[in-house]
Design a protein around this ligand. Structure first.
Ligand code: NAP
Length: 284
């Protein structure tokens, strides 16, 4: 009789929309390196489906990633939060151990490790474009690193930016500035794009004018599709340091697996997965 192979660990991603998510590809490559037998499924669900899905499925997984629109909604369902998840009020990974479900934020680890890998330092003046979910992580981490942070938003985003500014003041006792995107005309040590402007399919757009980009020293664009956004093209033309969001995506996945599976990846191993993911993305 043939013995059916049983997956010992199960993982997944909850969000909506998930489209052609790269997460299953990335995690499977990392599982291979770590020698772990596991599956990784996508769970596309709306806010009103979250509680039931959590109760029936997600709570039985070893762990799962969380993306838009659930990074905040998931919090009341969990037993505890890591320090960073509590600080940002945002969870992008959950680990269900024997006793409890803990929410983590590994986006911040992905952000910091990918910048480090590209030789881009988080110091001096940092301009963060946008004030949504991932912008919170960038803003808190930049302030913690000692940078002078400016949040640049369109006019409709002013209230959200003020809320984040007040939260940073309350939690870290630091001041950040707020500016409007269409009024940015000076240079910064680092520009971080945390808006979807320039993302596929609207690839002919940039959140900042070329002149403002050229006055700056480095650009990190959280977008990874396309890998070369118009903003990155400007940075390249101006001889600035630049990085897209793909290394961050892979590093945050590696950080999640380190917590779920008690493994440790080397820089070279993660870089290999970044390269494989780059090729996978190019296939379209
Ligand atoms: P989000 O919560 O929806 O926030 C998007 C922000 O961009 C909001 O502040 C929004 O302003 C602003 N925005 C949207 N359209 C704009 C426009 N046309 N002009 C100016 N500002 C605009 O999204 P998120 O989760 O933070 O993600 C932001 C980007 O980061 C996305 O491209 C996402 O793919 C990328 N990301 C990458 C990684 C990675 O690992 N590389 C991880 C997370 C996110 P309003 O509030 O005024 O609408």
């Amino acid at each position: 009789m043939r013995i059916k192979f049983r997956q010992e660990k199960s993982f997944g991603l909850i969000g909506n929309p998930l489209g052609h998510s790269l997460s299953p590809f990335i995690h499977k490559e990392l599982f291979k390196i770590a020698g772990i037998s596991a599956d990784y499924e996508l769970y596309e669900a709306d806010e009103n489906e979250l509680v039931l899905l959590y109760k029936n499925t997600l709570s039985a997984l070893t762990g799962f990633n969380v993306t838009i629109p659930h990074k905040q909604n998931i919090i009341p369902l969990l037993d505890s939060l890591s320090g960073r998840a509590r600080l940002f009020g945002s969870v992008n990974m959950v680990y269900n151990d024997e006793e409890k479900a803990t929410g983590y934020n590994t986006d911040c680890i992905g952000f910091l490790r990918s910048l480090e890998g590209a030789g881009i330092s988080l110091e001096g003046s940092v301009l963060i474009l946008g004030c949504g979910g991932v912008s919170r992580t960038f803003a808190f981490e930049s302030v913690i690193a000692g940078a002078e942070v400016t949040l640049a938003v369109r006019r409709t985003g002013f209230e959200k930016a003020t809320k984040l500014k007040n939260e940073i003041k309350e939690k870290l006792n630091s001041d950040v500035k707020i500016a409007f995107l269409d009024e940015i005309d000076s240079g910064y040590d680092l520009i971080i794009n945390a808006t979807p402007v320039g993302m596929f399919p609207k690839t002919d757009a940039s959140p900042l004018e070329k002149e403002a980009v050229l006055k700056s020293k480095a650009v990190f664009d959280a977008i990874y599709n396309p890998q070369e956004t118009l903003l990155i093209k400007y940075a390249k033309e101006g001889g600035l340091k630049y990085l897209n969001g793909l290394p961050m995506l892979v590093w945050q996945a590696a950080a999640a697996e380190e917590i779920w599976n008690g493994v440790k990846f080397t820089k070279q191993e993660v870089e290999r997965v970044i390269e494989l993911t780059r090729k996978e993305l190019e296939k379209g």
